[in-house]
Design a protein around this ligand. Sequence first.
Ligand code: GDP
Length: 530
Amino acid sequence: MSNRAPLPPEIARRRTFAIISHPDAGKTTLTEKFLLFGGAIQMAGQVRAKGEARRTRSDFMKLEQERGISVSASAMSFDFRHYRFNLVDTPGHSDFSEDTYRTLTAVDAAIMVIDGAKGVESQTRKLFEVCRLRDLPILTFCNKMDRESRDTFEIIDEIQENLAIDVAPASWPIGMGRDFVGCYDILHDRLELMDRADRNRVAESIKIDGLQDPKLADHVPPDLLAKLREEVAMARELLPAFDRQSFLEGHMTPIWFGSAINSFGVKELMDGMGEYGPEPQPQKAAERQIASDETPVTGFVFKVQANMDPKHRDRVAFVRLASGHFERGMKLLHVRSGKPMAVSNPVLFLAADRELAEEAWAGDIIGIPNHGQLRIGDALTEGEKLRFTGIPSFAPELLQAVRSTDPMKGKHLEKALMQFAEEGAAKVFKPMIGSGFIVGVVGALQFDVLASRIEVEYGIPVRFESSQFSSARWVQGPKDLVEKLVNVNKQHIATDHDGDIVFLTRLQWDIDRVVRDYEGVKLSATKEMM
Ligand code: GDP
């Protein structure tokens, strides 16, 4: 990295990241403050209002119904100082879905928010592991320091041990709960005090000449000051100092302490993302690696969202630009179909509003409205036939049969199911024998979400029922052999939404039998997203 020529300024100033956290740790609040400081919203409260409306419906299926809300926040762009931040939202509900993983393939870094009283929680850990698979650099924000929190060393220890990552304090909290007054900025020797009177205001930072500076006593009560000096001295001795390289490689996380709701510590975190966070990183394709400063535009679809506008059956494909300078109206090659595609109405997600994107650079996320041509994993280029890798497809672990409880609507069900399959929300199999569908998901809650969406978005009441199958395997091999297999095993055969052949079964024994009897045929648990 160090010996490469610097990136063009427009690319170098971009930071594309996601926030990972356990529900309730403060992701929404932090996002709102980002937008506030990013100048994207005038007053904190706009996103809040939406967030609250979302949350008060404790039933999260209703939450999912509010597609408009979760969608407008799928990707947000805003400027902070001379940086352009692209914040990609990870799906908020607690059930783990493939969507989450795919989102994390589109970012270069993540912010991990933890609750100062609760530490590392289950969902945080899962998401962290996904980030680690990709060696994503992670910045940590320890939130809710205005409440009774754990001891600072204890929090840091827990992260180090639980997540096996070095933790370097970027700031150090002074007091906690009702006595919390602010933080000592270890990286810049500054004092940051919290303004309790105005939650949206940030007090001026106070330049301090090291921890022995007598000025400290003007701002920090004596007992807290003594503790601060002692703790920071200890931290400097016991904890690693911040090392940018180690952070960029994913081995170290800098931690900031703060209170999102009080707007405290947020700017420091944003500065940290700008100053130390990664520039748009090279993206892997099967053929080669794509550097972000290559001139031709390339990008890949990591998410497809349908029904953004309930009145239109449009879809928006979210594209992470891997390289180049994109301009509206550009004709790009849709690699999978081999067809050119004029991208005339791309959308850039500036805060809450959708806006037409006139231009975008490597690292940006643009939305491309389409009628279903664009699928997850698709590549768009200026002509090169690229296949981006690293976008995972998961083996469905749970299979259920689905049918409409309204016999008149059975026909429309297929259309709805196919659309969700394209979105990547589920795997849908149409068995050769019989008339129903089998749906495969990774987490059980996904069935409830689907049932709810099919009802809300398509007006089709459905019921999921246990299925006679529990595993699905994609069948690949020489045509004649596959044909023979299909003819002999019709009761096990289905097709997915692409028309590819799938072998369904309840018994591992069946799978072993096929592999034994049809040498040359492969049964795979996942299918490439192409
Ligand atoms: P999310 O589920 O991670 O998006 O969490 P939210 O941002 O919705 O926050 C969960 C709850 O914690 C809400 O009631 C927030 O008002 C509250 N909260 C967020 N940040 C803070 C903070 O810094 N201090 C305190 N005391 N509460 C906070």
